[in-house]
Design a protein around this ligand. Structure first.
Ligand code: NAP
Length: 298
């Protein structure tokens, strides 16, 4: 009989809720834990088991996935007093799918290794929509053998799954992705505002350029949200500011000037000052509107 791996899942936010649901749908036995326990309910209703702590998740799982917020949060759920490392055994595998610091990732992988626990860093792109549909892009750092073992699990959550190097490299490539995301998003906001100021119908402008060389995920998904005046988060401004901080720290490590990304960072910082941290990244339109002294929508 085929051995089905038991999956543990920690962090049921915008991303983790959809991703863990897709693992259940693919037939994996899943044990979940979330700091705010009420968010576990939809998963428990769908057949997942609940645990009382990350260490308990690890006790009941062969593979433990986490997707929380920042480096310190991953350290807490993996290495903290009730963290995964307390319940894991030699042979357990951890897959961290949060977006965090490449250097912290390497250190966490070394700590886990001391207990015989292997780790993949496997941050994702594709938003909450991709998380729900199971179409995420997953950029993976770690050992090729561990990657191959985990591939069927990653395939239940994503479509484009790429091993890019050793531990930390998945996170580095994710930061490349975030450089692209921010400049793209700012481009979408500026282009729509430009169309609006020049008196073009926004829906028509959006439709006309979406299929051309300037088409993009940001234009298709966040562009449509802007046309509806919808600033609710698929990806929060506060989390993108975290990624911009990680990009700039890594750029300093490798001595790389990032002029375009610096502009993006200042625009998002202005959103923070406006109290828009919990809104989606498409809220950059508010900063563009201020510069243009015009609202995008009447
Ligand atoms: P979110 O909706 O804010 O969810 C964050 C999750 O992390 C929640 O389950 C939260 O628990 C948990 N968490 C945070 N700090 C914790 C701690 N110290 N201990 C235990 N649990 C903790 O965020 P998200 O959008 O799902 O993003 C999660 C990660 O994916 C981030 O690293 C983000 O950058 C990355 N990401 C997001 C997107 C996107 O489009 N949303 C796309 C790609 C990658 P509570 O429920 O108790 O707060």
């Amino acid at each position: 009989m085929k051995f089905v791996k038991r999956i543990g899942f920690i962090g049921l936010g915008l991303m983790g809720s959809g991703m863990s649901m897709n693992l259940l749908k693919a037939g994996f036995p899943v044990t979940v834990w979330n700091r705010t326990r009420s968010k576990m309910k939809p998963l428990l209703d769908a057949g997942a088991k609940g645990a009382g702590s990350p260490s308990e998740v690890a006790e009941r799982s062969d593979i433990v996935i986490d997707i929380v917020t920042d480096s310190a949060d991953v350290e807490e759920v993996l290495l903290g007093p009730s963290g995964v490392i307390r319940g894991a055994r030699a042979g357990t595998t951890v897959i961290d799918m949060s977006t965090i610091s490449p250097s912290v990732t390497k250190r966490i992988a070394q700590e886990l290794e001391k207990k015989g626990v292997k780790m993949l860093d496997a941050p994702v792109s594709g938003g909450d929509i991709g998380a729900r549909k199971g179409t995420l892009s997953i950029m993976v750092g770690g050992d090729p053998e561990v990657f191959n073992e985990c591939l069927p699990i990653l395939e239940a959550m994503g479509k484009t799954i790429t091993l890019v190097g050793g531990n930390g490299m998945g996170q580095t490539v994710k930061l490349c992705n975030q450089i692209l995301v921010g400049m793209n998003m700012l481009g979408v906001a500026e282009a729509l505002m430009f169309a609006s100021k020049a008196g073009v119908d926004l829906e028509k402008a959006h439709a006309a350029v979406s299929g051309g060389a300037a088409g993009s995920w940001q234009l298709t998904n966040n562009g449509v949200k802007l046309l509806k005046g919808d600033l609710e988060p698929g990806f929060k401004v506060k989390d993108y500011l975290k990624d911009l901080r990680l990009i700039m720290e890594t750029a300093a490590d490798v001595n790389m000037p990032l002029l375009g990304t610096s502009v993006v960072q200042q625009m998002y910082r202005s959103l923070d000052a406006e109290g828009l941290r919990q809104k989606g990244t498409q809220a950059v339109i508010r900063a563009v509107e201020k510069l243009a002294e015009t609202k995008l929508l009447p």
